[in-house]
Design a protein. Structure first.
Length: 316
């Protein structure tokens, strides 16, 4: 079992629905992510033995430590989901999603809706803590639903048994576009003794260093900042602002191959969204995207990707 060394400012890949699947997590792990987290897993879907959900739980051997994030609002269902995870090897912790702003999740009284009912949020964390046999119980939260109450949220999480906390610096009403409030993350960190990951708009080395120093958090969690730039973990660790074009090409091709391994031929079409972000800043990106969108055969797609990233360099 591999633990999280909070003395070394661990870097975690945040769960992002539709992006942080096994292939992406594998690439992020290879290039410096210390901790990886599954995409959000519905406790209900897991209990009902959804094949798609079990597929989402698969991990790369590289992923150590590996955290599974659950979303749910019913204590008994959550406990049953945790008991199922107890029987699975290779999982180091279970995280409760208390931040997803998606309406269909909120409508089920899960995700960020838990920020409106802190006693319930606490009861769910306690249910995981008392049922799980894994090393870690944690929660990923926002600053509040509309009103910011970072200290109160952090304290209830700690009191309910969370071993660490991840704080996204926006409220639910702030979505993904409001300015991240690092002051509020600092407030959350100052209110508890457990380690805290700071999360939100960490997209470059300069921001990472600032957030770490300003908030006092033990670790950094990066989500959208890693999409299209999974090498950001390597850059932060080495305080480097550049990445060699040859390395970009190698990473993109490795990611593509991993997608084929995981999704078979469907991986070609699923990978297009990643290619759209990988190619940002390249002179002929629009032509490349138009071309790759029309290719379905894996071999032809790989040839096209290889050729583009071999010849092109970013213009920004």
């Amino acid at each position: 079992m591999t633990g999280i060394d909070f003395s070394k400012c661990p870097l975690a890949l945040a769960p992002l629905a539709g992006f942080t699947d096994l292939p992406f997590r594998r690439v992020a792990k290879r290039f410096g992510a210390d901790v990886t987290v599954s995409e959000m897993i519905s406790a209900n879907a897991l209990v009902y033995h959804s094949k798609k959900t079990f597929k989402m739980l698969e991990k790369s051997p590289l992923e150590m430590p590996y955290i599974v994030q659950l979303a749910g609002s019913d204590v008994q269902v959550l406990k049953e989901a945790v008991r199922m995870l107890n029987d699975m090897e290779g999982i180091d912790g279970i995280d409760l999603n208390c931040g997803c702003p998606v309406p269909k999740v909120v409508a089920q009284s899960a995700g960020s809706s838990l920020l409106l009912d802190l006693p319930k949020l606490g009861a769910l964390i306690e249910a995981i803590k008392t049922t799980s046999t894994k090393q870690y119980t944690s929660a990923k939260v926002r600053l509040g639903f509309v009103e910011k109450t970072p200290g109160a949220i952090a304290k209830i999480a700690e009191a309910s048994g969370a071993d660490f906390l991840s704080v996204h610096g926006r409220t639910r009403s702030g979505g993904y576009h409001a300015k991240v409030d690092y002051e509020a993350i600092r407030e959350a960190k100052a209110s508890v003794r457990i380690p805290v990951f700071a999360n939100g708009d960490i997209k470059d080395v300069e921001t990472a260093l600032h957030v770490k120093a300003f908030t006092g958090c033990e670790g950094l969690m990066i989500g959208r900042g890693a999409v299209g730039s999974p090498w950001i973990f390597h850059q932060i660790k080495h305080q480097s602002t550049t990445v060699e074009p040859a390395l970009v090409r190698a990473i993109v091709l490795e990611h593509f191959d991993a997608m084929l391994d995981f999704y078979q031929e469907k991986g070609v079409s699923i990978f297009r969204k990643h290619l759209h972000t990988y190619s940002k800043g390249y002179a002929n990106a629009s032509v490349f995207r138009d071309t790759i969108n029309r290719i379905d055969a894996p071999a032809a797609a790989r040839e096209c990707i290889d050729a583009f990233f071999s010849l092109e360099s970013p213009t920004i």
